[in-house]
Design a binder for this molecule. Structure first.
Ligand SMILES: O=C(O)CCC(=O)C(=O)O
Ligand SMILES: [Fe+2]
Length: 363
């Protein structure tokens, strides 16, 4: 179901967990002992009595410079994603105008246009002690803005991310959270709690069971309609919703992973509620590189193409401040669509999902 993600051996490295020779984590438990939280195997949270941030993640130096502990393994090359130019930048590579700065940019030969940066928002990354401006957006007019990145030297093109800010209003966010809290959460991995609205899936055996799936919940119907009104999501037909709750007290996070690609299709669509966070993208081929995608409260992110299939995504424990609820909608893969091997199951799933009369599975 929704909170299951594809793991491979590299996740063990990414999880960054040290075990002693006995296989026990310092002062806590053996990885093979049953635990009362939702963690299994290498997954850990504060309920297991173990916090990655306290014991295993060494303070990350700012942008990989001046390594405090001289530990090559902990060096990070952090790039900050800008959704306006779809590129990730070393934060030091561009001059960031301070909040409220008035800049004068040439617009045409004939006129000079005053632009300002008053709509900038700042997001904190506790782990690396960086305050990120969400965009380097400058306002050209009431309807037009652009970012200040114009020379792509040194930038990384991260294909497949789209962010829609303020996808829901504050009132709608309150309605969604109240509705979500009317259903019980179940403990999941790494300190998260979850609610699933989707078929029961065995990803390894590639089998699905439709019997327990009763559809997406009624409170999500207005989101579906709003998504379909957006050009990026015109043909988006979700067959699964997974609500994840992250609390800083539990050390909740999600380790680097790729989402399943057998049942789930191209676009992963997540609505970020209650607090801002950073979605981190990494490659197995470069242990140091991290692209940080800041997600504002009430914004929607669409992850597809390279960002979906080539880059792993994660949320660091340090980037959960207070409580966060993520609603992730997923669509069918080609195999389950018209002409695909499992077209029939796909049609059945769609029919159930879009009744919007669903109850969470297994709660
Ligand atoms: O919490 C998020 O935004 C990401 C969740 C996620 O990656 C997943 O459920 O597979
Ligand atoms: Fe994921």
């Amino acid at each position: 179901m929704g909170d299951h993600s594809t793991l491979n051996s590299s996740d063990v490295n990414n999880a960054n967990i040290n075990t002693s020779n006995s296989g026990r984590l310092p002062g806590s438990f053996s990885l093979s002992e049953p635990r009362h939280c939702g963690c299994k195997g290498i997954r850990t949270c504060r309920l297991c009595g173990y916090s990655k941030s306290k014991q295993n993640i060494i303070q990350t130096p700012l942008y990989g410079l001046d390594c405090q502990d001289n530990n090559e393994k902990s060096r990070k090359d952090i790039f900050l994603y800008c959704d306006m130019c779809k590129k990730a930048w070393k934060p030091t590579d561009f001059a960031q105008p301070a909040f409220g700065t008035v800049i004068t940019l040439p617009k045409t030969d004939a006129e000079q246009l005053k632009v300002h940066t008053n709509d900038q928002k700042i997001i904190e990354n506790k782990m690396s002690n960086i305050s990120y401006p969400i965009t380097s957006k400058v306002k050209m007019s009431d309807h037009e803005s652009q970012c200040m990145h114009n020379d792509s030297v040194g930038a990384i093109h991260l294909q497949g991310i789209s962010i829609i800010e303020n996808f829901v209003s504050e009132e709608e966010e309150a309605f969604l959270v109240t509705s979500i809290n009317d259903t019980n959460f179940v403990n999941s991995q790494s300190g998260r709690r979850k609610q699933d609205f989707g078929p029961k899936v065995n990803f390894k055996k590639q089998k699905i069971k439709l019997s327990s799936f009763s559809g997406l919940p009624a409170y999500s119907q207005f989101l579906y309609k709003r998504m379909k009104a957006n050009p990026c999501l015109r043909n988006f037909e979700p067959i699964e919703l997974c609500n994840l709750e992250y609390c800083s007290e539990r050390g909740a996070h999600i380790d680097p992973h790729l989402d399943d690609a057998w049942l789930w299709g191209e676009r992963l669509v997540t609505l970020n509620l209650l607090s801002e966070t950073i979605l981190t993208f990494t490659l197995d081929t470069d242990a140091h590189l991290e692209i940080h995608v800041p997600l504002l409260r009430r914004s929607l992110i669409i992850v597809s193409s390279e960002a979906r299939y080539k880059w792993k995504h994660s949320i660091h424990e340090e980037d959960i401040t207070g409580k966060r609820v993520a609603m992730t909608f997923r669509e069918l893969s080609k195999e389950f669509c018209t002409g695909g091997r499992h077209e029939e199951d796909g049609l059945k799933l769609l029919k159930i999902a879009l009744t919007f009369q669903g109850m969470a599975v297994g709660t």
